[in-house]
Each structure stands twice: as C-alpha cells, then as structure tokens.
Design a binder for this molecule. Structure first.
Ligand code: CP
Length: 314
C-alpha cells in the first residue's frame, strides 16, 4: 500500500481511499458554499504557488484548477511534462523534492499512479492526483457535489455506473461507499476494478448501511437509480485496445434513451467528459434535460477550490 512509501505527516490527495469521510464532507460543504455565496475576499491563497505537471492533455482539470487558484489569490505554474527535465530522464523523486523547495503543492496528471507516490515522497508539500491510471479523485468530488445539489440527502439516492471499470468508476465507487451513497455497477467481467478495491468499498458501504451491487446486466444496475453515470469505453492510453473494447461494450453498455428509461422516472444522466458520442452515450441522452454534464464540469472548479483551501489555507 502506498502509505508505506510516503510521508504521512503531509496530507496528500492521491485517491479517495486515504481520505476520511469527515474530510470529504468538509470539502464538499465548502465547495457548495463557494458556489452559492462566491469566493472569499482577502485572497486566502495569497503567496501560495501550485505546480501542475501534466503528462496527458486536459481541458476541465487544468482550467478548473488554474481558475480556482486564481480566484483564491494564488498562483499556478503549468508544467508540460516534456518541458521539464523529467522528459529527459530526471527521476520523479528528484523532481518532487526539488519542486517542494519552490512551491506549496504539486498537482499531477500521470500515466502511472506509482509516479504520484514517488512525487509524494518529497516530504514537505501535498501532492494532488489530477488523474492516474488507477484513480480520478478530483472528478469524484465534483460528481458527488453535483449529486448532492440535486438530491439534498446523499443517503437516500442510488447511483448506477454503467461501462468500463475505469479510474473514474473506481473513484466514484469509493466516494459513494465512503459517504453512504447507494451505488450499483454494471461492468463486464475482465473490466471490473480489482477485487481488493471492491472488497474495501464493500466494507465501507456495509459500515455506512448503504448498498454496493455489481452486475453484468446494465438494466438490472439502473433499476430504481436516481443517477445513471458512464465514462468512455476507450480511455487515454488504451487506444490500441479500441476495437476489442468496443466489441465488448457495444451495444449492451451504451447509455441511450432505452436504458435511461429503465431507471427511476426523472433520473439524471452523468458523465465526466470528454464524451465519445455514439459509443458510451447517445447525443439524445447527453444533451437531454436529464443531463448534468455541465454542472459536473462547473463543480470541478468549486471542489478544487475547496480542496485547495482545505490543504493550503491557514
Ligand atoms: N473529466 C476530466 O478529467 O476532463 P479533462 O480530461 O478535460 O481534464
């Protein structure tokens, strides 16, 4: 486990699993307040500098983070991977330790989650996961905030996730189980999260008296669901598996009007974006009045602002 390798005295945000339910609720409450009442005057992140290392492209994550930091009076430095000595072979460990002498936090989007663990060995400053092969915890914060805005009581709703057991699915599953949100998954065998992740999430759900169900059949998963969520079938980095993946997921796991009609009446549709229209979701659903995609995207900024205040503000 990563806890053996990083300095636990520094608070990181690498996955949902190492966050307490209390901290998650605190961050979400703060994000809701920022959205409702506006960002605080007085620049609470004044003189705070955040370095952002991105190995992969991004629209929502990059811009929401930079906007949130700017609105709180801080500075962000966007560092393209190939422009750093990292791109020429300097170690991740040295990069983290050097950056920790200049800045107050590192945000990183990486191919390998282990690189985040290595950055977290800097011993001084928080590292925030902006997406790795295993987790997308910033997305999960925005997703649950969006659900909370619609549902008011998180414990009374059911979220159905349909499709690939991606990093987005794992973080959504973990945050739902930690906060007592009922969740069902429809993911084919071979594409499900690791057994250890499912077991751990099952224990959290049991403790919270919420449900975690896993199906092969999407129709069963969306029964009585208030929210139906999907992600792309072919993520960044798995393009060479495209044909195989599409043959596994299509047409069964596509969220279309027919599948959405099997959920509760007035159920909402959710997607982390970007979408592959016509694959995991049809345009008819994605752009329907049931769709929360732009609310989720907006909430990426408010949840990051709340997280930054939680980790960095005095
Ligand atoms: N959802 C998400 O992480 O979007 P980006 O890849 O645009 O950052």
């Amino acid at each position: 486990m990563w806890e053996q390798h990083v300095d636990m005295a520094v608070k990181h945000f690498l996955s949902i699993s190492e966050q307490s339910a209390e901290d998650l609720r605190k961050i979400l409450n703060l994000a809701l307040r920022l959205k409702r009442k506006g960002y605080p005057a007085g620049s609470p992140l004044r003189k705070k500098v955040v370095a952002m290392i991105f190995q992969k492209p991004s629209t929502r994550t990059r811009v929401s983070i930079q906007s949130a930091i700017a609105r709180l009076g801080g500075e962000s430095l966007y560092l393209g991977y190939s422009e750093l000595q990292l791109g020429r072979g300097e170690t991740v460990l040295d990069t983290g330790r050097v950056l920790a002498r200049y800045v107050d936090a590192i945000v990183a989007r990486v191919f390998k989650h282990d690189d985040l663990l290595e950055l977290a060995r800097n011993g001084r400053i928080p590292v925030i996961n902006a997406l790795s092969d295993r987790h997308h915890p910033l997305q999960a914060l925005a997703d649950v905030m969006t659900i909370w805005e619609k549902a008011r009581n998180l414990r009374s709703v059911k979220v159905a996730y349909v499709g690939d057991g991606s990093n987005v699915a794992i973080s959504l599953l973990q945050i739902c189980a930690k906060l007592g949100v009922n969740i069902s998954l429809a993911i084919p065998e071979g594409y499900r999260p690791d057994k250890a992740i499912l077991r751990e999430a099952g224990e959290w759900a049991e403790k919270n008296k919420s449900t975690l169900e896993i199906y092969d059949d999407p129709v069963k998963a969306v029964e009585e669901a208030d929210f139906v969520y999907t992600d792309v079938f072919v993520s960044m980095g798995s393009e060479e598996e495209r044909e195989k993946r599409l043959s596994v997921f299509l047409p069964k796991y596509q969220v279309n009007a027919g599948l959405l009609s099997k959920a509760k009446k007035n159920a909402y549709f959710m997607h982390c974006m970007p979408m592959h229209l016509g694959e995991e979701v049809t345009p008819e659903v994605a752009y329907s009045t049931a769709s929360l995609i732009y609310e989720q995207a907006e909430n990426r900024m408010h949840t990051f602002a709340a997280l930054a205040l939680h980790l960095l503000a005095k």
